[in-house]
Write a protein that binds this ligand. Sequence first.
Ligand code: GLA
Length: 717
Amino acid sequence: MKKIYTAILLSAALFTFVSGQSDILIPVSTHNTDLIFKVGNDHRLYQVYYGPKLLQTPDSKRFPRPVHLAYVTSGTDNLFEPAVRITHNDGNPSLELNYVSHQTEKTDENVTNTHIRLKDPQHPVEVILHFKAFARENVMEQWVEIVHQEKKPVTVYNYASSLLHFDAPKYWLTQFHGDWAEEMKMQENELTSGIKILDSKLGARAHMYQTPVFFLSLNEKSGENSGELIAGTLGWSGNFRFLFEVDEKNSLRVISGINPFASEYLLQPGKSFVTPPFIFTYSAQGKGYASRNLHRWAMNYGIMDGKESRLTLLNNWETTYFDFNEEKLTALLDDTKKMGLDLFLLDDGWFANKYPRNNDRAGLGDWQENKTKLPNGVGFLVKEAEKRAVKFGIWIEPEMVNPKSELYETHPDWVLKLPNRPEHYFRNQLVLDLINPEVQDFVYNLVDGMLTRFPGLAFFKWDCNRMMTNTYSVYLKDRQSHVYVDYVNGLYRVLDRLRQKYPHVPMMLCSGGGGRVDYGAMRYFTEFWASDDTDPVERIYIQWGYSYFFPALSVCNHVTSWGKQSVKFRTDVAMMGKMGFDIQVNEFNEKELAFCQEAVKNYKRLSEVIWRGDLYRLVSPYEENRAVLMYVSPGKDKALLFSYTMNIRYGENFNNARLQGLDATRTYAVQEINQFPGTMSLYPTKRLYTGDYLMNVGLNVTSFQPLTSSVIEITAE
Ligand code: GLA
């Protein structure tokens, strides 16, 4: 043992004299954070700092003995989880990465790109670490490119997008898990030594059981406004993995990227393997600050048309399911108008003739209008909508097929399925092989064809109602381990083509509820369906969970008949995001209708505050039997507060909610809106308060009646 130790010391001493590069520091910075790398005496690249912005970038000698390799390799001296693992074409399983060069360029006053080139001294393999730093939003993206010039392909087994190191006495991981109709359940636990993995292996969707987002709090659990943490997420619409490893020195490495499960990749000479971005932000002021960073980043960079407005809508899924005809739909167009909504969204069931889509067992893949239900086609409905000055949108699920369909009969080889085993169904359907360019064309032509034939078509709901099982691509032949990665890239290829031709058609991302949302997909989509569960009590928790990572304008919430709560409660819950309705409007009584019409008007008047305001979570439903949150406009002149009472226990008391984000020196008028006709209000007329009062003394905003809610408008005088 002693001998080995001496040898290590000796070799370290030798390297000191070899290097001329050991003074190089590479900072990746935003307004409030620094991530700093240093080239070591051994030529390797180390992460030496990640945290609050330093007043000055220190002299490199301040970091004398870096220990955390920036991108840990495999096969030489690493004894823990690697970020990258490669087998060379001669079977050699080792990789070392030495610093070669780096380059920093500003693309505009807010965005700086940094590229760090690393190379194996023995093999012609290069890894480039890419960083994009968004100064104002304090968000960074990291992704990696792997390329080689070996004579034959190399096999890449692990290819993380990012590796971050932390040194703290304790680490707390907040994760979000669930299932269909119970998405985004929040759990927080201390990380102990060893490995904790959050991942998915669903193939065609990022999540269902685990969502690709997390908070990692350092030292102690973080609160809404206190504590040091990072928030992280992966921009990838398939299998993901976040791996947290606490080593024997209590150091933590966080490895994020595509899930390497069953996905070794044969990389041809000269071709690049490019990983998706890991998106992360650091906060020294709790989860609220981190999520506001992510919201701003998302609106400016992360989601399609994040700075544009969104359409309120009436959807027919829960009112008709598959059972509709032109007459019913025309009546729903009238309801859309009557409610003051922007768009009518025709859901599943409008297509297929040989195997009509009258339930979920047939017709998926046959995208011709069903002649019995829609004898005059979609074009007729688009025109009818136009007559009423409402827009028309439509549901598609282009990546999927029912075995009972003409598409399946014509192209059985377009389906992902094992050749030697029985087909395995989920919702009676199979996944199309989007790796096959012919299938990509089919999906592209479906959407392009519809937009060409019906130029008035103003919206798509793009669904994806299953994951992959028995996964096998006829097209890939002997490269089956590429299937998970190539599928997602095939999907992105189709979406890229569509967005080139139709850059702004709004599209809702849906996946059996909220099973697909991630920032890889959101580059193409304007919004997502958060869950099929629209019971407003459940929904408060689901929307609360999403709100940490996704801005309100992207989270679609519909008022439906799930749950027995009042229409007001359901509407107030839907209103805290992108509001829509999916309910029998003709069954509303007079007061309910009047209330909804007024709520839609209020929503339109105040949607800029909800969509673009800063979100402050004041009382968590995980801590009390109520939830209170508010949005504050960037200029602090308007705010909107939502309070929901889910339950009240005997003797339970709800304290004043202390508001946040206002200007302490200004005076604000406070008034309740969305009042149900004939009911009492907490603030029926305007009352004036200073920002200071509202933020320190607070307001009584919560009713003591279970299943009630209030929406309070706060306006600077
Ligand atoms: C999924 C969606 C629903 C609806 C149905 C239609 O379950 O989540 O909103 O569109 O598909 O089949």
